[in-house]
Design a protein around this ligand. Structure first.
Ligand SMILES: [Zn+2]
Length: 186
């Protein structure tokens, strides 16, 4: 139906021309166009922000209808943003100082962690689910705003191979990864 999973599945509730909210019941072909959407959640939460839906154009012109359809999609997307920002994110309890925040430095875009700029090759620690353990990683980034930074993990090798071979596992860091600066120098 919407965004996320029970018990917090978000959806865009519809306001009908008679003023009542449908409460997320499925719509059928004979239903009237909604006047507005607002973000709601299966737990009972409702956003206070009502977003009016532009009325369906009378014109049968293809481009006009397409534009209206996209506008309506845009209103729907705003509800998802409301649900996320007003309800879901706050509930998750992510701490901004433990997230990579994209900002600007004199040299261009840069990630910051806990207020400190993160440079290419920086050693950081990534929180794992199991027993709250932190995994040492090395940070790299392409400096392209639409690309996530990459985490590199150095794998162990036999004593005889040290300095002769390097094994690395790399993966993109998701936006919600929890990170910190190393607490001790290795
Ligand atoms: Zn909820």
């Amino acid at each position: 139906m919407g965004w996320g999973y029970e018990p917090h599945e978000g959806y865009a509730d519809e306001k009908w021309p008679d003023g009542h909210w449908t409460g997320g019941s499925g719509r059928s072909a004979t239903d009237p166009d909604p006047l507005a959407y607002r973000a709601s959640c299966s737990c009972g939460w409702r956003s206070e922000h009502e977003h009016p839906v532009p009325p369906r154009p009378e014109s049968r012109d293809e481009a006009t209808r397409e534009t209206w359809f996209l506008q309506r999609e845009g209103v729907y997307d705003r509800c998802q943003q409301d649900w996320n920002a007003e309800h879901f994110e706050g509930m998750l309890g992510y701490e901004p100082h433990q997230q990579l925040i994209l900002g600007k430095s004199p040299g261009g875009p840069r990630h910051f962690l806990d207020g400190r700029p993160v440079n290419a090759g920086s050693a950081l620690e990534l929180l794992l689910e199991h027993e709250n353990r932190w995994l040492p990683i090395r940070y790299e980034w392409s400096w392209q705003n639409d690309q996530p930074p990459t985490a590199h993990i150095a794998l162990g090798v036999p004593p005889g191979a040290e300095g002769l071979t390097h094994l690395t596992v790399s993966f993109p860091l998701p936006p919600r990864a929890i990170l910190r600066w190393p607490t001790r120098t290795p």
